[in-house]
Design a protein around this ligand. Structure first.
Ligand code: PSV
Ligand code: MN
Length: 436
């Protein structure tokens, strides 16, 4: 038991006690689902084993209340530094068993002692996924402003500063055991004519080549596109076409990262995923959901069928025996929920979509597709999607020593109230929103 906590949600003892109350119901539900799947010639145990191996990285910035462009309403007990962010990430991981790594964001997560940070993570059972650079905000100590861009700025000095920051991110990542750098820039224009569209892209390629040259041999560069925001007329890396061109120009260690919220409403994201798999450049995901033009909502909260269709492409590619190992990361912003609860919920939504994708009868689907039976083809997907796989997810968690019902267990632990006593309330902000 960690000192101060009424019940530490990270302790095996606490989780075992919480699980005792849920175990009998789970046994019954799992047996019923297992029988149903057996009639469909699906072995529930193999699905449960694969779900148990599923992992998604947590965004370090996701454990605080994010805020919007308009305001930030901090909650009690938010983490005050990167060490406390890891403490919260460990809660998510211990309760869900699905989030063993953290994706850091620099300079937000800068510290004087990365050795101590790595040791802290190891002690909490966490590792580090891709490092994210930040050249979309000015920092107090920096010489050049990013107001008019970073890697694509017209001034060489600004571009050099942005390149140097990315190289620093790689160095930090090496100290922590990361293997990838995620590159997202907000560069672009708010007015037609403000920026020479072609030259801005050329400057991007030139700057990114310097970063690429600094990648260790076993690292990957993940290029993230975003349609708009903060540039509202034209963003330099605005879509997967620009991202793919950049990756192909830079070399074999450069890949495209798909943030689900970075597309126009109604865009067929699973098709983008299929194309990137085809060309061998799908590097990873930032999972979240959106209704309009944001990238902030919890994964699966708006359109779980789209999330399922994305996983359907991934599972299909694995079924066709293509080597595929995209990075899975969450990237969302929490304004009205406890961030730990939202992150747990999103991690479980991804597992749900993944598990459902494993239930698709792919032989039957291929037959319907080849025979042009559109209705049966789509019903084959729907049948998998509408199967309630919750008992599979819960059983996978139980077997890993995680919680059968993570959100209930978390609430029972009183973790947030205890953090509130220790950490207090972070500064709010009446002068604008927080960027996450
Ligand atoms: C930009 O909207 C983004 O999706 C990028 O991944 C950033 O690194 C992250 O959000 C946090 O601002
Ligand atoms: Mn993102």
């Amino acid at each position: 038991m960690v000192e101060g906590f009424a019940a530490d949600p990270r302790s095996a003892e606490f989780i075992a006690t919480a699980n005792r109350a849920e175990a009998a119901d789970l046994d019954a539900d799992y047996a019923a689902l297992g029988a149903q799947l057996a009639r469909r010639c699906v072995d529930i145990e193999s699905v449960t084993a694969r779900v148990g191996r599923f992992a998604v990285a947590l965004p370090s910035w996701g454990v605080g209340t994010g805020g919007t462009r308009f305001a930030r309403f901090p909650g009690r007990g938010e983490p005050r530094n990167v060490f406390e962010k890891l403490d919260d990430c460990a809660v998510v991981n211990r309760l869900t068993g699905a989030t063993p790594t953290v994706s850091l964001h620099l300079p937000w997560d800068r510290t004087d002692d990365y050795g101590a940070l790595r040791a802290h993570a190891t002690q909490l059972g966490l590792g580090f996924d891709a490092v994210n650079s930040n050249t979309f905000q000015d920092q107090r100590e920096q010489a050049q402003s990013y107001k008019f861009g970073s890697l694509t700025h017209t001034a060489l000095a600004v571009r050099e500063q942005a390149i140097a920051h990315n190289l620093e991110c790689i160095r930090v990542g090496q100290l922590l055991g990361s293997k990838a750098l995620t590159l997202w820039i907000g560069d672009g224009a708010n007015f037609p004519g403000q920026q020479h569209l072609a030259r801005a892209f050329e400057r991007y390629l030139d700057s990114a080549a310097h970063i690429y040259a600094g990648l260790p041999a076993d690292w990957r560069l993940l290029i993230e596109h975003k349609m708009y925001e903060p540039a509202f007329y034209a963003t330099v890396i605005q879509d997967w076409g620009s991202s793919l061109m950049a990756a192909q120009t830079l070399g074999p260690k450069a890949f495209c990262l798909v943030d689900l919220g970075h597309h126009a409403p109604n865009v067929n994201i699973e098709m983008i995923v299929a194309r990137l798999i085809h060309v061998g450049r799908l590097g990873g995901f930032h999972f979240n959901d959106s209704k309009y033009g944001d990238d902030d909502l919890d994964a699966g909260s708006i359109d779980p069928y789209r999330l399922f269709m994305v996983f359907n492409e991934l599972t299909d590619a694995q079924w066709r025996a293509r080597g595929l190992n995209p990075a899975h990361m969450l990237d969302q912003s929490h304004n009205v929920t406890d961030p730990i609860e939202s992150l747990m919920s999103s991690a479980m939504e991804l597992q749900r979509a993944y598990a459902a994708s494993l239930l698709v009868d792919r032989e039957a689907l291929a037959g319907y597709q080849d025979g042009n039976d559109a209705l049966m083809a789509t019903l084959t997907l729907k049948r998998a999607f509408t199967t309630d796989v919750a008992p599979i997810l819960a059983r996978a968690r139980q077997r890993q020593g995680a919680a059968i019902n993570p959100i209930r267990a978390y609430r029972q632990s009183g973790y947030r109230a205890e953090c509130g006593r220790r950490r207090g309330v972070a500064a709010g902000g009446s002068s604008g929103g927080g960027i996450v």
